[in-house]
Design a protein around this ligand. Structure first.
Ligand SMILES: [Zn+2]
Ligand SMILES: [Zn+2]
Length: 122
């Protein structure tokens, strides 16, 4: 419950470590392992989703309805974006690969406003 509250409060696709930081501030008795396990169970029952980014720590998402992500390649920020045209993308037939698609997120990669502003100011 504390873990779910923390994910909902953070609302910025936190990593497990970030969630643990917040949970520990409220209840110092909760270990990192407990937070990891709780996040995995919440994701398994579909209360939150895992927004995976290869090579980086798993990010957890309190929004489970279909939406897409702007991913900043500098600061790893993940920003939600809704777009009906992306929602309607035809999902390719992956049955030949034995893969069953459950849902999808489109990742638009680039540089976020904050990082661009940092770059522009000398
Ligand atoms: Zn950025
Ligand atoms: Zn999201």
């Amino acid at each position: 419950m504390v873990v779910l509250e923390a994910v909902l409060d953070l609302d910025d696709h936190p990593t497990a470590d970030r969630v643990h930081e917040v949970v520990a501030r409220r209840d110092s008795g909760v270990s990192r392992a407990t937070v990891y396990r709780a996040l995995e169970s919440l994701a398994r029952i579909g209360v939150i989703t895992k927004a995976c980014h290869p090579g980086k720590a798993v990010r957890y998402d309190s929004r489970t309805e279909i939406h897409h992500h702007l991913v900043c390649l500098r600061c790893d920020d993940v920003i939600d974006i809704s777009d009906g045209r992306l929602d309607a993308l035809p999902v390719p037939d992956t049955s030949r690969l034995g893969f069953e698609v459950s849902d999808f997120r489109v990742q638009l990669r680039g540089i976020c406003r904050r990082c661009r502003e940092l770059e522009e100011t000398p």
